[in-house]
Structure formats: structure tokens, C-alpha cells
Ligand binder design. Sequence first.
Ligand code: SF4
Length: 454
Amino acid sequence: MHGGTEGRAMKNALLINPRVYDFKCHDFWMKPYGLLKIAYVLKQSGINVSLIDCMDRHADGMPEEFKKSDKLGRGMFYSEEAQKPEIYKAVPRKYKQYGMPDELFKEKLRKTEKPDIVLVTSSMTYMYEGVFKAISVIKEIFPSTPIILGGTYATLCAEHAEKYSGAARVWKGSANSEYFNLLGKEIKTGLIPITDTEFADIAPDYSLYNNLNSVSVRFSEGCPFACSYCAIKQTSADFRQRSAAAIMKELENYAKLKIKNIAVYDDALLFKNSFIKSILKSVIEGGFDFRFYTPNGLHAAYIDEETAIVMKKAGFMDLRLSLETSDETMQKASGGKVSNMQFSEAVKILKGAGFLGKDIGAYILAGLPGQSTDTIKRDMEFTAQNKVLIKLANYSPIPETADFDKLPTEMREQITKEPLMQNETYYLSVNPEYGYDENEKIKLLSADLNKKLL
Ligand code: SF4
């Protein structure tokens, strides 16, 4: 690899992960994964890279009491109550800004050497307020520096972002060779040539963090499935498993840094499972002391005995299985990624490998189109019969998904125009089939059923 800056002054890039505005937010090992991979390419190209991750609880200057983590490395974010946008006035929950306080963010920006480019990432579409506020503060301090906005919101609501974010450019989709060409032109510096396959193999650059107690990783990119409620095809590159050598090198590095908590954020970790089995066998042989978590949920259909055994031995814990619904018609209509029989079989195999019922949580998606409260109750009873924990998640319609396309035209237009309407807590207050009160009752029932396992 070679950089393109020889003989010229070093360029500076500033990377920003903005704060989150929402009704709830907890740190489940969140890291701006894509941005950290971009950081690696920039550094290799001879660019001086700085990062301000507003969602880093352990950043210098953050309130001490919010640096505490549970034994799995998760924790509460510092938060301040924020003014509710008009549209959220009827939502009976406090609206907050989570992450770095304003003053600390400004102080960190002022201490940063003037950047030649600022790259801002974005997460959920309805969290754009945090992105806009970050961009506005960056522009106050560095008025002449171009800002490129990327990430999930920028991808799924590109038109909205172009109109209102204040960024000079909005990048739709994940970073690829075209993105790096654009970046090189913006900063008038040749970046290392990189193919999309090479980029997929790159590890995120965690050296930008001063204090690190967990990392997010991906052993594969993208997902081969196409669930009707999911926008993965728009936000990620095509499904691709990374090279085993690159993954092992990355894990060895975390072991050297004494990182134990590793959140595996793959969307289809177990697909073509000979891949993950061979990686985990190497982890076991290497004698690493890792704790792996699967917050994005596992495909029950690919759990066989050997997979379950190597997962247990390699240090997987607090597993999540993606069930979403036990209604067989809805399972098929939404993409057929799991059947009830496959789910029950997977639970049996995992328990046979040594996982306890309380080590396994099944995601249930509440509020899906056409789903009644009774259906959700049946989903929870089915999960409880399998003696694993219920993990409720709420549905909201996301642009560029098959379910979104089925909504009435007027509703689609409104939701596209105002991404705040894509917030799942807000959606409970307008969903005609499953509202806020029903959701509160369902949460109590879920807690009761879970108590029997704990
Ligand atoms: S399996 Fe998961 S990531 Fe893949 S399409 Fe379905 S919901 Fe999305």
C-alpha cells in the first residue's frame, strides 16, 4: 500500500459520530463501525485522522458515573432532556439527547487541528436531529471545511439529508471505491487504491479511542436475506464473508489490547456456517479469553450441534435469536428466515451445548403490519414454552423496505418527508393496530414470563 501525500503538507480529516435524540438509548457496545474502517484507509493514505465519538461513554471529560459498565461491558449513556419536536408532543415519554454534552463536544472541536474534511456518520433515520446539531456546531467552528454525511439516515433519507442537513455532500450506501475517489478529490490527495473486497476485509481502527472496554466487529458484511421490514440491501454492501486471516489478525490485536467484550454485529453470522465454525475453532485453539455477544440476532435455521458447541467454547454468551413472530403466515410473508420448528430445534441444540435458557433471548417484533395484540401474546407464549427469554422490539416503517411500499401513498409521503415519524416509540402512538397502551401491557406480560426463567 502507498499513500499519495509525499512532499506535501499532511492533510487532516475529522470523523464525527453524533449524539442520539430519542426516547430511549442504552449502550450495547455501540461503535461507529463504518467510520472506523474509513479511518483506517485514510491513515494508510497518509492523512492525519481525529475522531470525536459523541456516543463514547469513556471519552476523556465524560461524566464519571456514566463510564460504569455492567459485567458484559454495557452501560447507560449520559443524557439530558431535550425539547420534543411538535410531532412528538403526544408521546408519553421523555425525549432526550444521549451522549456527549454540548460544551464538551465544542471543546473537543476547538482543540482539534483545522480539518481539510469532516466526515459525519448517521444511524437510525429518525435520529437526524443529533446529526443536524453536530453539523451546525462543526460549521460554527470550521466554517470553510467541507462536510460529508454518510451512514443509515443519509442512505435511506438522502433527499431529506441533502435539503436540510447542512452537509456539503450526502453519501448514499456503504463506503466503497467510488466513495474513496470522491474523498480523494475533496481533499485533493490521492488515497490508496482499494477494491471493495479489500475494504470488506479491513478492520475498524480502534486506536482512535483513548479508553476502550469493548469493540464491535463483523465477520461478514451484508445479509443474503430480504425481510420485508428491513432495509439492509440499501444500507450494506452485498453479503460477503471476510477472510479468515484478516479476522484472526484483528482478534489477535484485541487480545493484545486486553479487550474481552466483543459485540459481533453481523447480520447473517451463521449463514454458510462452515465459515464461522472454522473461525471459532481457531479462536478456541488460540486460547483467547473473549466474550462474544450477538446483538443483531442469530439465524436459528443455521444452528447445528457443531456450531453450538464451538460458540459455547469460544465464549459466546447472552445470545440473541431472531424469531420476530411465531405466526407462520407472517413468517413466510416477511421472508421466511425462520420457522417455529427451526427455532425450537435451535434452542434444543444450544441447550445441549451448555447454554441455559436465561442465556438465550428471542427477539419478538411487536407492531408489524397486520399483527394483532393476540398474535404478539402467542409469540411470547411460544417463546416462553421454549424456555428462553423474550426480548421485545417495536416495529416502525422504514423507507425502501417492502413493508413500507405497501403503506397508503399519503402515509408513505408523510413518513418520507418527516423521518421523525419512523421512530418506533412515535409509531406506537399512530399505529392503528397496536398502540402505546397495548405495548405497555405486552411489556408487563413479557416481564412476567421472563421472571419464571431468571
Ligand atoms: S435477516 Fe436480518 S438483516 Fe437480513 S434481511 Fe432479515 S432482518 Fe434484515
